[in-house]
Ligand binder design. Structure first.
Ligand code: NAG
Ligand code: NAG
Ligand code: NAG
Ligand code: NAG
Length: 494
């Protein structure tokens, strides 16, 4: 049962912000940088050893594509320069590239979600975009990946990386499975003992970071990713220290939305993600909260992986996806998709959109406040921690910020973010309260050594120091939950 909050959330705001939220995919790109390009073909593998230092767009070809024909699919590899100027090709696997470059970052991009030809152009990014900020700008001292090799699994299919379907009009391709397989093949060909090149590389650390849609992509692809990790390093004495960051999306998406989208993408028939036949059956029946289940599966089955969640307490996009899901007449809103000016058309909103929902739906929307969403999130974290504790040691930490913002690792001010959303010294007051900034926190996780303790972070809550960055600032209880915010991860060998 939804708890209702003190002040009802107006449903116009709800509908408006649904679209604002879904559209707020991070495409900001301040400064252009040069990309090399490489096309995989019968005679060209675009091997890491052959790439120039810096950023390369790799076009894998084959069955990869974006949801429309307009854009070609490519993924991004960023190869760091070697500090002593040596060339990677001349080095042996022991010394070499990865002794100077300790890690591999596999980053799953965000970029919205869609389920039909009409919903795709407004709700999901149609092209792979080149990322040069945050982790992909090596100039920042706090960049934990300054000397790492980074690979971006780009996203232009609107299908959370799990689609393998074409719409009935033949115009929109949900091709996430094929695209992701192509990138992971390149990774397997270039990293670890599954590498086909003469010079396989063994990073000491691996980070999987999912941004928004990419966060769901990682949890869905977990078995493939970790099976690869286990096999790729079996001939090497050290298993890489491994972390998964979920940057927005803690596994809370309403069942109705999961069903709608999974059907459109033909997700449940897929066997590439290594779900068991029983799980595939459950998925088809549509009665299982597959996202929740997958998060629990990860915590329970990959005990040597640290799982780190990053989110704001009132994340607007997550809240809308959670509360706005499952409306029976959602198609009433279809005209908005090709014509967003209808968002400002009160006649449409009050004459057509709102009356098309039943009284109970409107009541549910009114009762589904961001504070309720936050409480659901806290409940879910408690469930994750309880499961982890049952296995012996907690391997889940979280960084909870005030505000409504969504997905943090790609914003241009990433290195200024603190637990009070943005680095408040910008505004002349320091209210970090002794807690690490987001980049510092990630840095400490990525560079952890035995004996360290990684603490969860929660901003002090609503009240002085809260800097909402997107309206409407919700009303309700945003206090840190004692149990969730006191969780930490003691670094030892599992
Ligand atoms: C990178 O993306 C921006 C748009 O986000 C575009 O203007 C620019 O041309 C792209 N740069 C390269 C090298 O592709
Ligand atoms: C990288 O960060 C530095 C330091 O803030 C900045 O001067 C530079 O413009 C950034 N480069 C890109 C491509 O964003
Ligand atoms: C993905 O690739 C397979 C094999 O090439 C192909 O049969 C399938 O149609 C592709 N999926 C899409 C959505 O194009
Ligand atoms: C916050 O901003 C100040 C001034 O811009 C900067 O010196 C400081 O390093 C920033 N802190 C974090 C955690 O980003």
């Amino acid at each position: 049962m939804m708890q209702s909050c003190g002040i009802p959330c107006p449903s116009v705001l709800l509908i408006l912000s649904l679209f604002v939220a879904l559209l707020s995919v991070v495409v900001a790109q301040a400064i252009d940088v040069n990309f090399e390009e490489c096309r995989i073909s019968a005679t060209e593998t675009c091997a890491l050893s052959s790439l120039s230092f810096g950023k390369t767009k790799i076009y894998p070809g084959g069955n990869t594509r974006c949801y429309t024909e307009e854009y070609e699919y490519w993924f991004q590899v960023d190869k760091p320069t070697v500090p002593d100027g040596q060339d990677y090709d001349n080095n042996s696997p022991d010394d070499t590239y990865f002794s100077n470059h300790p890690g591999l970052l596999l980053y799953f991009e965000g970029g919205g979600t869609c389920w039909s030809t009409d919903s795709c152009p407004p709700l999901a990014v149609p092209f792979p975009f080149n990322r040069t900020n945050s982790f992909f700008n090596r100039s920042y001292a706090l960049n934990p990946y300054q000397t790492w090799t980074t690979v971006i699994v780009t996203y232009c299919t609107g299908d959370l990386f799990v689609g393998d379907a074409v719409t009935s009009d033949g115009r929109t391709y949900f091709n996430g499975i094929n695209n992701t397989k192509a990138v992971l093949k390149w990774v397997a060909d270039n990293v670890g003992n599954t590498a086909t090149e003469a010079n396989p590389i063994f990073p000491a650390k691996i980070v999987f970071h999912g941004l928004s849609a990419g966060s769901i992509g990682i949890v869905a692809w977990q078995r493939v990713l970790f099976q690869w990790r286990n096999q790729a390093f079996q001939d090497y004495p050290i298993k890489p220290t491994t972390t998964v960051f979920f940057d927005a999306f803690e596994g809370l998406v309403k069942l109705e939305i999961q069903q709608l989208t999974f059907d459109a993408w033909d997700f449940c028939s897929n066997t590439d993600l290594l779900f068991t036949p029983e799980e595939i059956q459950l998925c088809k029946q549509g009665e299982t909260d597959l996202l929740r289940y997958s998060h629990l599966y990860l915590i329970e089955n990959y005990r040597d992986i640290l799982v780190a969640h990053i989110t704001s307490k009132g994340d607007l996009t997550q809240y809308m996806t959670y509360c706005g899901g499952g409306l029976s007449n959602i198609e009433t809103l279809d005209p908005i998709l090709p014509d967003t000016s209808l968002l400002l058309d009160l006649g449409f909103l009050f004459g057509e959109a709102i009356p098309s929902f039943s009284g109970s739906e409107v009541a549910e929307l009114l009762g589904c406040c961001q504070a309720d969403f936050y409480q659901t999130m806290i409940d879910r974290f408690q469930e994750y921690h309880a499961l982890a504790a049952k296995q012996g040691q907690n391997n889940v930490v979280s960084y909870l910020m005030n505000g409504n913002g969504h997905a943090w690792s790609a914003v241009l001010y990433f290195y200024e973010i603190s637990s009070t959303t943005r680095n408040s010294t910008r505004l002349g007051i320091d209210i970090k309260g002794g807690q690490p900034g987001l980049a510092e926190w990630i840095y400490s996780i990525v560079n952890r050594v035995d004996g360290d303790e990684i603490h969860s972070v929660c901003s002090p809550g609503f009240g002085f120091g809260t800097i909402p960055d997107v309206w409407p600032w919700p009303f309700g209880n945003y206090r840190c939950d004692d149990e969730v915010s006191s969780q930490s991860f003691a670094v030892t060998d599992f």
